[in-house]
Structure formats: C-alpha cells, structure tokens
Design a protein around this ligand. Sequence first.
Ligand code: SF4
Length: 100
Amino acid sequence: MLTKGEALFAAQGVRASGRKKLPPREDGACPLLGPQGRCMIYTHRPFGCRTHFCAAAGGPYPRKHLADLIQRLDTLDETLDGEGPRPIQSAVADALEEMA
Ligand code: SF4
C-alpha cells in the first residue's frame, strides 16, 4: 500500500528503468519485483519497503520519526488529491498514466 506521492515517485523509477507500464504479474507478487528477485525501482521504492514500519526490521529511523514521516506522507497525499494508501499495482499504474 502506498500514498500518491510515493506512487508518483515509484512511477518515476519505473520510467527511469525504461518502462512505460508496469510489467504484468499473475502470481500476486509485487509488480516491481524483477526476474532476478531484485526491486526494479530500488532507489524509488515506497516508504513501507524502506522501513517495514518497525525498528525490528532494521528501519533506519526511530519509531517517533516514522510516525512523523507517515504524517507527512498523509499530508502530501491530501495536497495531491490522493485517496489514501492504495495497492501498489493500481497506485503506480495510475501515476504512470498521470505522468504520460
Ligand atoms: S522493494 Fe517494494 S517496490 Fe520493490 S520489489 Fe520489493 S515490494 Fe516491490
């Protein structure tokens, strides 16, 4: 799940990888997971992929900072007329269309 700002940033990563659309994915895995098991947009990956929302997963920020960052993403989502957190497939596909 990701907010609109994250989706637009991920869409930039898709474009930077030379793609204009998300690759089809039938197995339910993330559409941005490449055939070699690596993220196709690693430097543009969403917030949740960066932090896993918990310190135990090795997120780089203390919990208080994560809460602050989540609030900032929510505020940005409102500014961008987003719909709140959405599934990655549809959020990034819509962001790619918006950027076209
Ligand atoms: S890091 Fe996130 S965006 Fe990248 S493949 Fe994994 S789940 Fe998908």
